[in-house]
Design a protein around this ligand. Structure first.
Ligand SMILES: Cc1ncc(COP(=O)(O)O)c(C=O)c1O
Length: 429
């Protein structure tokens, strides 16, 4: 139903807009490549380098280094960037007439497209600037009383934890941190870790769907079911999971979810999504007041003043691009890229992969530590000597180097990384 209404809206608006040819061009090329392999299982397609070369041709990475740090944000495909730039030129040409006559149409088209992708109602989706804003909106916007409790984990994202700490300091809310297992043997083990933090005063639990430090994917649905059975609401941080391991918010059955879209949806920079279950919208105060809208209207979360809608248009291309590859194909490829290096390296002495082994518990993001080697020195060595760009992590629980291939990464780059690990083991004795 939502898919249909999205297409109807897109049909109405896109005919008049200059970016349609770009949108069609990219998705037609990618769809043709995918259609030529129809019937091929995602796990088999994941190993088809010729197919992934066709997809990679839609990106334009820098030639002077090898990017194995697609985790901060994932570069947009060139057609997405072009759609955004064309829209930016259009906005500046038409100036305030655009804002006064067409802006809302672009907001609605982006909302419909995203809701369709996420399998939820457009009346539950707000387009924000990033995960930080979406998650802050919920934590700061919920009325919690002094002494009421929020449960979170020792591996949640730094700025999310800081938002919780500010909430505690400002309103007397109590925080309860639980310790997550690094390589759980069952979903139940993870659920039990969260439940260990619950008390009768627990009102909210914050769950990171994919841990940015290790790439571990958590069983969000099982956590939501267990929390709901105890009258506790769930806020999901899906910054790394959305359009990577999953796009279906409906299946998670959470109450609130925040994600960036410039990570794994490969959208223009500065785009995020906030999902709030319909009956919860009125409970959450928006960051920026908008008293003209009903408290139940999801659009109240989009009152951000003047912002560039060029990104809203670019996101339509990003969604078409994602759909043309196919979410399952993309996930299988990203898992394959990670598993190829992790499986080899984890058997070597002194090399410890901090990412779970089981395929369903990881995607592209992975973290490696070499015993006795400072992560910063290691990442620096790989960049200086091998031109491989990775991300060193210095975190109380996780010390290692994060290695994140992306959609355009060829398997040859993974092979280079494996060689670089071997070289590092010889270099740092
Ligand atoms: C788990 C997690 N949550 C939230 C964020 C914040 O995302 P953004 O900076 O796009 O708001 C990040 C960013 O890396 C993240 O990894």
């Amino acid at each position: 139903m939502y898919r249909r209404s999205f297409l109807e809206t897109l049909g109405k608006t896109s005919l008049a807009l200059p970016w349609t040819s770009i949108l069609a061009g990219a998705s037609v090329r990618v769809s043709a490549a995918t259609a030529a392999r129809s019937g091929v299982e995602p796990d088999v397609l994941a190993r088809d380098e010729a197919f992934w070369r066709e997809i990679a041709a839609e990106f334009s990475p820098a030639a002077d280094f090898i990017n194995l740090e697609y985790g901060y944000y994932h570069a947009a495909a060139v057609p997405t960037l072009e759609a955004e730039l064309r829209a930016a030129r259009d906005l500046h040409r038409r100036s305030s007439r655009y804002k006064r006559t067409q802006m809302r149409e672009d907001h609605e088209a982006a909302r419909l497209a995203l809701a369709s992708l996420a399998g939820v109602s457009p009346e539950e989706v707000a387009v924000t600037r990033n995960a930080t804003e979406s998650i802050n909106t919920v934590i700061q916007g919920l009325d919690l009383m002094p002494g009421e409790e929020i449960v979170y984990s020792n591996q949640d994202y730094g700025s999310v934890v800081e938002t919780l700490e500010q909430k505690a300091k400002r309103f007397g809310v109590m925080l309860r941190e639980i310790a997550l297992p690094l390589d759980p043997s069952s979903d139940e083990e993870v659920v039990q870790a969260y439940l260990a933090g619950f008390t009768p005063r627990t009102k909210l639990v914050v769950v990171t769907q994919m841990i940015n430090l290790t790439g571990q994917v958590l069983p969000v649905r099982a956590i939501c079911d267990a929390a709901h059975a105890r009258g506790v609401e769930v806020l999901v941080d899906a910054a790394h999971a959305f359009a990577h391991v999953d796009t279906s918010i409906a299946e998670l059955n959470c109450d609130y979810l925040g994600t960036s879209l410039h990570k794994w949806l490969c959208s223009p920079l500065g785009m995020g999504l906030l999902y709030v279950k319909r009956e919860k919208i009125s409970k959450v105060w928006p960051f920026m007041a908008d008293m003209r809208l009903a408290a139940t209207d999801i659009r109240k979360f989009e009152q951000l003043g003047t912002r560039p809608e060029s990104a809203h248009r670019g996101i339509l291309t990003a969604i078409e691009f994602h759909r043309a590859i196919g979410g399952a194909n993309k996930l299988a490829r990203l898992r394959y890229l990670h598993a190829t290096w992790a499986q080899k390296v984890r058997t070597w002495p002194r090399a410890r992969v901090l990412t779970p082994r089981e395929a369903r518990r990881h995607g592209a993001v992975g973290t490696l530590m070499i015993e006795g080697v400072d992560p910063k020195s290691l990442a620096q060595y790989w960049f200086n000597e091998h031109r491989l760009f990775t991300a060193p992590l210095g975190h109380p629980v996780i010390q290692g180097v994060r290695v994140t291939p992306g959609v355009p990464t060829p398997i040859a780059h993974i092979d280079l990384f494996v060689e670089a690990v071997q070289a590092a083991l010889a270099r740092f004795t």
